[in-house]
Design a protein around this ligand. Sequence first.
Ligand SMILES: *[C@@H]1O[C@H](CO)[C@@H](O)[C@H](O)[C@H]1NC(C)=O
Ligand SMILES: *[C@@H]1O[C@H](CO)[C@@H](O)[C@H](O)[C@H]1NC(C)=O
Ligand SMILES: *[C@@H]1O[C@H](CO)[C@@H](O)[C@H](O)[C@H]1NC(C)=O
Ligand SMILES: *[C@@H]1O[C@H](CO)[C@@H](O)[C@H](O)[C@H]1NC(C)=O
Ligand SMILES: *[C@@H]1O[C@H](CO)[C@@H](O)[C@H](O)[C@H]1NC(C)=O
Ligand SMILES: *[C@@H]1O[C@H](CO)[C@@H](O)[C@H](O)[C@H]1NC(C)=O
Ligand SMILES: *[C@@H]1O[C@H](CO)[C@@H](O)[C@H](O)[C@H]1NC(C)=O
Ligand SMILES: *[C@@H]1O[C@H](CO)[C@@H](O)[C@H](O)[C@H]1NC(C)=O
Ligand SMILES: *[C@@H]1O[C@H](CO)[C@@H](O)[C@H](O)[C@H]1NC(C)=O
Length: 817
Amino acid sequence: MSQIITQFFVHTSILVLILQSTVCLSLQNDTISVGVVIRDPETITSAKQNYILRFFSPPNTTNRYVGISFSLSEETVIWVANRDTPLTDSSGAITLSQDGNLVVLDGTNQTIWSTNLTTSQSPINPVVQILDTGNLVLREEDSGDTLWESFSHPTDVLMQGMVLSQNVKTGKQVLLTAWKNATDPAIGSFRGGIEVMNGIPQLVTRNEGRPHWRSGQWNGLIFFGLKIMFGSFLEGFLQVKNDSVGNFFYSTPPMNVFFTVTLNSSGTTTRKVWDGVAKRWNVLESYPENECDVYGKCGPFGICNVLQSTICSCLRGFEPANEEEWGRGNWTNGCRRKSRLGCGDDGFERVRYMKVPDFAQPFPSRVLDECRTRCMGNCSCIAYAYDGNIGCMFWSDTLIDTQDFGDVGVDLYVRLSASEFDSQKERKLYIIIGVVVGFVCVSIMMFIAWWLIVKRKGSKAQDSIILEAGQMFTTDSTAIILKNESNEINIGELPKFTFKMLAKATNQFRVTNLLGRGGFGPVYKGVLANGKEIAVKRLSTDSGQGMQEFMNEVIVISKLQHRNLVKLLGGCVEKEEKILIYEYMPNKSLEACLFGQFNNLHTHGIGRGILYLHRDSRLRIIHRDLKPSNVLLDQDWNPKISDFGMARIFGGNEEHGSTARVVGTYGYMAPEYGMEGRFSEKSDVYSFGVLILEIIKGKKNTHYFNDELSLGLIGCAWKMWNESNGLSFVEESIASRETEEEMVRCIQIGLLCVEESPNDRPLIQTVLSMLSGEIVKLPVPKQPVFAENGSNSAPNGSTQQYVFSNNELTLSVLDGR
Ligand SMILES: *[C@@H]1O[C@H](CO)[C@@H](O)[C@H](O)[C@H]1NC(C)=O
Ligand SMILES: *[C@@H]1O[C@H](CO)[C@@H](O)[C@H](O)[C@H]1NC(C)=O
Ligand SMILES: *[C@@H]1O[C@H](CO)[C@@H](O)[C@H](O)[C@H]1NC(C)=O
Ligand SMILES: *[C@@H]1O[C@H](CO)[C@@H](O)[C@H](O)[C@H]1NC(C)=O
Ligand SMILES: *[C@@H]1O[C@H](CO)[C@@H](O)[C@H](O)[C@H]1NC(C)=O
Ligand SMILES: *[C@@H]1O[C@H](CO)[C@@H](O)[C@H](O)[C@H]1NC(C)=O
Ligand SMILES: *[C@@H]1O[C@H](CO)[C@@H](O)[C@H](O)[C@H]1NC(C)=O
Ligand SMILES: *[C@@H]1O[C@H](CO)[C@@H](O)[C@H](O)[C@H]1NC(C)=O
Ligand SMILES: *[C@@H]1O[C@H](CO)[C@@H](O)[C@H](O)[C@H]1NC(C)=O
């Protein structure tokens, strides 16, 4: 078992080990100094043998190119020198020329590619080195100055430590440029990089200059057009920063795993991570992800929604500009306004959960209403939106590349003439009448159907649905080994339940029994034959990471026993079905109670649960997804932590880990985890801090899903505490129960937990001592990240922060163990 756990959890560490164990094997040079000539097929390899500079031929061609490839998978070419000028035979050579340039020569000693440094800066003692980051550097040996580096001249792959940029003043970009096709590395038709529009950065890929895909606006924390960034599987893989001279930078933070972002020849941007165990690249995500992601799919004033059978529709108040083409599925002409705007007496239609259109004009503001007033007062403003970090966004000419995300996103307010709202009211009335009539009809039909079923059931004394299920799951499972691609776990130690039993207990998993959704699937309430109530969590077949989370949960929770952790009663694995059974929590989750009658502090219990995870259990566990919906309440309102699908077990004296796949929930994730993938006990402490503040505030930390909030919970707490009237932050019903001082103290403790630097945050045992009053004098919290004028958490900084030096990368590699 422990072997499996190691394999399962420590795979990033294995990578690190591989990296380090190969250090001493390096026999080959990683440098080219003056006079050295590398001839095809000679190569140079980086010190730890991660990357190779070599001559290669892409598939289906005999042309030779000089490029850098990843040594563990040589077909992965991350950079090409002479992409537009191939060698036609294998007589090529790489060397340093007289003037200090790195050059590629053909068989006749003609220079076919050069680093093109101007002669005025001709170095005295140049040397070329391939680094373990994949960067090829031309240096002045004596001074150590970098004269040229491949990372500043990317081809189609973005590596860690590489930076894409745009200078707002000159428009100059450092971009990815795709290959023509798989056999020809020449510059193809697709390019992609960061583009700054009215001061707001976006990632944009273009095909022959026309936009092909855009990430949506960057607000300092997330891209509005990447749905995943709003959700509970937030990918914290990037940083966008700017400097004082108008350069914007996009980069990926250093992590102890290899990963790349590639723009392929058909315009798809893919982020991949190297799986050191399976020895292959795993795709994390690709954009455009679906038809709606393609830029301007539905034309101006159209909205795209992948879940609709016809993906394009017109915004309310608009109709297809060309009915005939629209009907044929040619949506690019878009929609036109039905009735002209009157300017003064227009209204705004709220369209929820959007990827907001391109060409937004920002205006810093703290309040939604101000956006409305400003837009209303300017006749050329046709829509607005609000975000806590950016402030107002206005649109004037057109609304293009708008997408309906369905459940997350930014709300767009579209200007419509007053007449649209009148007709809408009438329509609403008709709709209401229609719904009522429809409901009555359906109810009657359902009653008849139910009556028929009952009658049939009675006569046959058999439940047809159970029979069906029974046929599918007749044999009691004997296979208790769970398997996925690379792991196996034995859940034999768990008490086994049969599918039949669970189906019966949950009324065939009826919707009415649904309690909610956990990490990997729906949770149902069930009642066993003996009357015992249970909660049944069923792995949904359509959840991508589900299997992994399921196994993770089994591994973690079957080893834990604590009164503040939810208890696993058993499991069921039959055919496609994978189900876990827990004790039933009658009082739902903390989330359900934050708004309701719940008015008791449960911070102690939750804190003890976390302490057990971090310190007291045999394993050391970082939960990584602490939030109110994962804190359940038993019949005595005791809090119990649940959902261990994302938890990570730390071995030995491991202190922190890092990952390219950040999982967790926006609003509860510590900044270093969300943005750089680094997690530790302190990132759980951060989430706990948010929980404390929420419990006190009696409100959810819905920074992104609620347009009324401009400061966010943490900002609000900070402001209140700072103005030393912590009490106005506290929900009245709670305040009446507890002493005022204690409340203010709790806010202070919460603020200590959410400090920006993990080192400043207290350990969970310290937090508990603070909560219980053992520690009387509390430190003064620093200003939290999200509080400062709401702008963003990225510190204004210089380029140094984004260009990761080799040392920094190595350091983070060492950290990871
Ligand atoms: C490595 O470089 C050193 C000097 O930099 C040189 O003397 C040696 O021959 C090189 N070895 C190979 C295998 O190229
Ligand atoms: C190379 O050619 C073969 C045969 O024509 C083809 O099946 C294969 O897809 C080609 N490979 C690439 C990368 O284009
Ligand atoms: C290219 O240069 C090398 C060394 O400078 C020399 O030995 C070789 O003969 C030259 N080849 C041709 C074809 O000129
Ligand atoms: C170097 O300069 C030459 C001549 O100006 C040009 O043809 C070539 O594309 C340049 N090479 C690179 C790598 O910029
Ligand atoms: C790749 O592009 C080159 C040049 O544009 C073309 O000659 C070749 O046929 C293309 N190969 C494939 C497989 O499409
Ligand atoms: C870029 O950063 C500077 C601080 O270095 C800041 O003052 C400025 O507002 C930023 N520029 C933009 C366009 O966001
Ligand atoms: C580019 O990537 C996408 C997504 O992985 C894939 O569907 C497409 O075939 C790729 N294009 C080429 C030319 O490899
Ligand atoms: C869509 O309609 C436009 C204008 O009517 C036309 O130019 C274009 O060719 C059409 N596209 C397709 C794919 O039919
Ligand atoms: C009205 O909005 C347009 C476009 O957003 C802008 O260019 C113009 O300056 C605004 N006018 C006023 C008076 O604010």
